[in-house]
Write a protein that binds this ligand. Structure first.
Ligand code: NAP
Length: 274
């Protein structure tokens, strides 16, 4: 039987993951099918069991089930433990279900592509303190950023995250309206503000001269944050489409043991070829 993979979420109709993984499979010659499964809230564990019993070898998890997947799996990678969420699940030969989180490393890989080099020494600012921000902290520190400031509209959530990750490196929380003028050369927007065409309330003078501004949200036209970044003089700007493709490549490698080439798939998505 052809191995089955899927993305589970709700809603899921507009997911790009089936397109991405189908291209990866064609490119690498792997015999698999990848579908999108719309999971009604309350039915996630039953859907997972049914999928595993019917040829499912693994699946991705998206909103709103990443925390539920974290609780459901029987073993977790260290990075999934740190993220407190699971986006990649694999059914193991011994009957176990393992959970990983590839979002943060997908972000770092895409940032390195955008910058054309590593993140070593960067003074980083992370906007937001939700699940996406949490998953990015350890991978950013691991990639060598010199310091990481977390700023969130609800300041207490940023403080909680900074306290949680303080043992891993130079992490601190600052109120959005108390960010120091100038100095950040990497700003990652991990808020959902762009979905509502809004921008977190930060001043343009927080950016260093050669700043890179990255929005985890992606869209067919520049997001509100990227428009703000361009007007503020950022040297590099990018949305999160590349992160989506990179986290998928990492999941694909975990399942199939082969790393796909992300560049042509990202280019095809950009062209809107579906
Ligand atoms: P979440 O848990 O709901 O958190 C949302 C965050 O956005 C919170 O920190 C919230 O602040 C902040 N926020 C929302 N509206 C804001 C506004 N107008 N001004 C300032 N802050 C605002 O969401 P999440 O799961 O972390 O995801 C965040 C975004 O990342 C989503 O839009 C998602 O699409 C994107 N994402 C992309 C990828 C990718 O592969 N490209 C992967 C994962 C996530 P409060 O705490 O004050 O409410």
């Amino acid at each position: 039987m052809t191995d089955r993979y899927a993305v589970m979420g709700h809603p899921i109709a507009h997911s790009k993951s089936p397109f991405i993984h189908t291209r990866f499979a064609e490119q690498t010659g792997e015999d698999l099918v990848y579908e999108a499964i719309d999971v009604e809230p309350g039915t996630f564990p039953a859907t997972v069991r049914e999928f595993g019993a019917n040829g499912g070898r693994g699946f991705n998890v998206t909103l709103p089930f990443k925390e539920e997947a974290f609780a459901l799996v029987t073993e977790r990678t260290p990075r999934a433990e740190l993220a407190g969420a699971v986006n990649t699940v694999r059914f193991e030969p011994d009957g176990g279900i393992s959970g990983d989180n590839t979002d943060g490393s997908g972000l770092v890989r895409d940032l390195e592509r955008v910058l054309g080099r590593g993140l070593g020494g960067r003074r980083a600012l992370l906007l937001g303190a939700g699940g996406a921000a949490r998953g990015a902290i350890a991978p950013l520190l691991d990639a060598g950023v010199a310091s990481l400031v977390i700023a969130n509209r609800t300041e207490a959530r940023a403080r909680n995250l900074a306290a949680h990750f303080a043992r891993l490196g130079a992490v601190e929380a600052v109120a959005l309206d108390a960010l120091p003028a100038r100095g950040f050369d990497l700003v990652v927007n991990a808020t959902s503000a762009s979905l509502r065409d809004a921008v977190p309330a930060v001043s343009a003078d927080i950016l260093a001269a050669d700043a890179c501004c990255y929005d985890m949200v992606y869209a067919s036209t520049p997001t509100a944050f990227l428009r703000w970044a361009e007007a503020a003089g950022a040297r590099h700007i990018a949305d999160g489409l590349g992160m989506l493709v990179e986290q998928a490549a990492e999941a694909f490698e975990r399942w199939r043991g082969v790393r796909p080439d992300t560049a042509p798939v990202l280019a095809a998505l950009r062209e809107g070829v579906r």
